[in-house]
Ligand binder design. Structure first.
Ligand code: FHN
Length: 470
């Protein structure tokens, strides 16, 4: 008997099956009016969100001038994330701006970057068009501080990426730092050159740079799937609304993430922050492959494929999307270790993607973990103890049980009312039926002795009718 560890240590017992499978598969998608996602569900919104709800897995790219120092300034390592080096080392605008004259990423190849996303099984790309350092990675008529006008490279990588994405049918979105702009006297964040933010004419910066640049992004690059705003300092409702108006005017289908300053189309979780339970609204976790977003030469602590597959499944089983970051070098190369690990995830997805793309959240929940009464944090609150043995994703009429620790033998699901039509493993090329017994609401399935897949073997249970209520 294989066992799913549970709080009670009972054997394989999937209890708590309260919903009809069809309903469970279509876990309510109407966003609750709280947090960042106050946008109510409407037919227009549902149409806009369709691709996002299907995609589940995207490539985040942090690329800018900060890839040149790569974590080191004047021979000194600078602590923290690479793209923050200007801020952390308090580099004056005049000095940092000189990096532009050195930026010549001759190895940049849009086709190769998009091919990596395709190979990794990712369905959308979000790239930094302008990060907090204020440097536009696209040709901009708004400010000469951009890659076409200020570097020897002179090319517009976003144009090249847009063309490659169109060829591969991958959606393209742009990260845009709407509030922090350390290059501009009136942008937020640069206190070392320009003094405290509350003394600045922030609206002048928004009006003369951020809003026109967002308009450029929305009008010069074909369909944009998403504008990924970030760190909404000083973003009042009014200021946020001006960006919403721009988006709705020039690209009504373009999504807005959860960090604009007003309600976006979905909720953005904290960086690398996966919720502990199912979240019944649209959401996304931005996450790193190592510890930095922008390239840092001494950060080689790569998350292994096993962890990436687990996190992808964990996130999908809780109802979210995984936006996983790479930080290309100043030459335009995505570090080989990032490429290798992402391609390994892609190979797993080739076989098991049916249980990911467009899949709904778990109808169970106990497999995610529980609060421990025995262990409390400093404030006396119980600590959440995550479980990592299995997860469940769903589609209408189907349950996908993901096993990260394979034990073979038999397992039981209790409280199943409707019959399992058949059970099979996605990684079995013949997808042959596994022996299934059903007695008084308990389903027993006999598994082969060895795991059919690396990292996560997925068992598909196809139900005779939609309902599996207890
Ligand atoms: O400050 C940024 C950071 O550099 C990076 O872009 C991340 C990605 O989610 N967002 C901000 C911090 O949350």
């Amino acid at each position: 008997m294989t066992s799913i560890p549970r709080t009670s240590n009972r054997p394989w017992l999937l209890t708590g099956i309260l919903f009809a499978l069809a309903l469970a598969a279509a876990i309510p998608r109407v966003p609750t009016v709280r947090g960042q996602t106050a946008t109510p569900e409407t037919p227009e919104r549902a149409a806009r969100m369709g691709w996002f709800r299907e995609a589940k897995f995207g490539l985040f790219i942090h690329w800018g001038l900060y890839a040149i120092p790569a974590g080191e300034w004047k021979g000194q390592p600078i602590a923290g994330i690479g793209e923050w080096i200007m801020n952390r080392a308090k580099i004056p605008v005049k000095e940092y701006g000189q990096l532009a004259a050195q930026f010549n990423p001759v190895k940049f190849n849009a086709e190769a970057w998009v091919q990596l996303a395709v190979d990794a099984g990712m369905k959308y790309i979000v790239i930094t068009s302008k990060h907090h350092d204020g440097f536009a990675m696209f040709g901009s008529n708004t400010s000469p501080y951009n890659i076409v006008d200020a570097t020897p490279f002179k090319r517009d990588p976003l144009k090249e990426l847009a063309a490659a994405c169109a060829r591969h049918k991958i959606r393209l979105g742009f990260y845009y730092s709407q509030a922090q702009d350390w290059h501009e006297p009136n942008g937020a964040g640069n206190t070392w050159d320009f003094g405290p933010d509350d003394t600045k004419d922030f609206d002048q910066y928004l009006r003369d740079k951020a809003e026109p640049q967002v308009k450029e992004l929305l009008t010069n690059y074909g369909p944009v799937c998403l504008i990924w705003f970030d760190t909404p300092r000083m973003m009042s409702a009014d200021r946020s609304q001006r960006f919403i108006d721009l988006l709705r005017r020039y690209q009504p289908a373009c999504l807005i993430d959860g960090r604009l300053g007003a309600a976006g189309d979905y909720r953005s979780m904290g960086d690398n922050n996966i919720p502990t339970t199912v979240v019944k609204e649209d959401w996304e976790v931005p996450a790193t492959l190592n510890h930095t977003w922008g390239f840092k030469k001494d950060d080689t602590d790569w998350k292994p494929p096993s962890e990436l597959v687990f996190k992808l499944v964990d996130i999908v089983s809780k109802g979210g999307n995984y936006l996983l970051n790479v930080g290309p070098t100043a030459e335009g190369v995505i570090p080989q270790a990032s490429q290798n690990n992402l391609r390994t995830v892609g190979r797993w997805l080739k076989v098991n993607g049916e249980a990911i793309y467009g899949a709904g959240a778990t109808p169970f929940g106990e497999e995610l973990g529980a609060y421990s009464e025995a262990e409390k944090d400093k404030s006396g609150k119980p600590i959440f103890k995550a479980r990592e043995d299995w997860r469940c994703t769903t589609k209408p009429g189907k349950l996908y049980i993901h096993f990260f620790k394979w034990a073979g033998g038999t397992f039981e699901l209790h409280g199943i009312k409707n019959a399992v039509a058949r059970a099979y493993l996605l990684a079995d090329p013949a997808q042959k039926n596994l022996p299934v017994k059903m007695i008084n609401g308990t389903v027993t399935i006999t598994l082969p002795a060895s795991a059919p897949a690396d990292y996560d073997s997925v068992l598909c249970l196809k139900m005779k009718s939609g309902s599996i209520s207890r």
